[in-house]
Design a protein around this ligand. Structure first.
Ligand code: SAH
Length: 235
């Protein structure tokens, strides 16, 4: 049986609703998957759960769906943010895709003293996050924040959210599963500067953590950390 394509849309989803898809979705359904009017799709919008729907029209650059029945109610993702120093294009694409699969609720790029990358292609990253959400059967797409400088981020950090700062080469306790709002902070390729490590250690909401004895690439640290933060309870 052919798998049913799963698509993110922005419009409200309710029984009987008509929803318009993007040009990319029309291309994907028509040209890549060779689907046509009448064929089934699954739709989600991050608010109304997941719905069974049908293609009613498929034209170049444009798709229209009819929404039938609700399949899954909306459910929250784990309340985990990933705060990561801006990385080079391939690494950041990987982090956005995999962090979405791993359930991150928000992706927060940060600029540190040793961050070498200055720009972020937000629309490309948003498209990667949407595709990963569609593929991984999430009901939401992670929020992609605009880049912030580390001191600004630390001075405005929300009081109810613990920030686990991944620090290599230290004697930090290992990162463990956590309940409730939390965030993981990972530094750039060159690591945090001594002054940044100091500021992190002094911050009342920051817990320095280790990800093990090896020095991981920043992108590996992001993904290993997200997995550890939501590891199932043992026993
Ligand atoms: N160039 C640095 C390593 C930076 S690794 C050096 O050689 O020391 C990039 C980022 O990944 C770090 O800033 C840290 O946040 C994270 N990281 C990598 N390995 C880690 C580990 N074993 N424990 C905790 N954090 C780690």
């Amino acid at each position: 049986m052919a798998t049913v394509p799963r698509l993110f849309v922005t419009a409200p989803l309710a029984s009987g609703a008509r929803v318009v898809g993007t040009g990319m979705q029309a291309h994907y359904l028509g040209r890549v998957l060779r689907r046509d009017a009448g064929s089934a799709v699954l739709l989600f919008n991050g608010r109304d759960g997941e719905w069974a729907a049908r293609i009613v029209a498929l034209r170049r650059g444009d798709a229209e769906f009819a929404v039938d029945t609700a399949l899954r109610p909306q459910a929250a993702e784990p309340d985990l943010w990933l705060v990561f120093a801006l990385l080079k294009r391939d690494a950041i694409d990987l982090v956005v895709q995999k962090a979405t699969e791993l359930g991150a609720a928000a992706l927060v790029p940060v600029i540190t003293e040793r961050t070498v990358v200055a720009r972020l292609n937000e629309s490309r990253l948003a498209a990667i996050a949407i595709e990963a959400a569609e593929q991984s059967e999430r009901l939401t797409v992670p929020m992609l924040h605009a880049p912030t400088r580390l001191p600004v981020l630390l001075s405005s950090w929300p009081r109810d959210r613990g920030l686990f700062a991944a620090l290599e080469r230290g004697a930090e306790a290992p990162l463990r599963r956590t309940e409730g709002p939390a965030a993981l902070l990972v530094g750039p390729e060159g690591g945090f500067t001594p002054a940044e490590v100091e500021a992190l250690r002094r911050h009342p909401l920051v817990t320095p953590v280790s990800l093990g004895p090896r020095i991981l690439r920043a992108e590996t640290a992001c993904l290993a950390g997200l997995a550890l933060l939501q590891a199932p309870p043992s026993g």
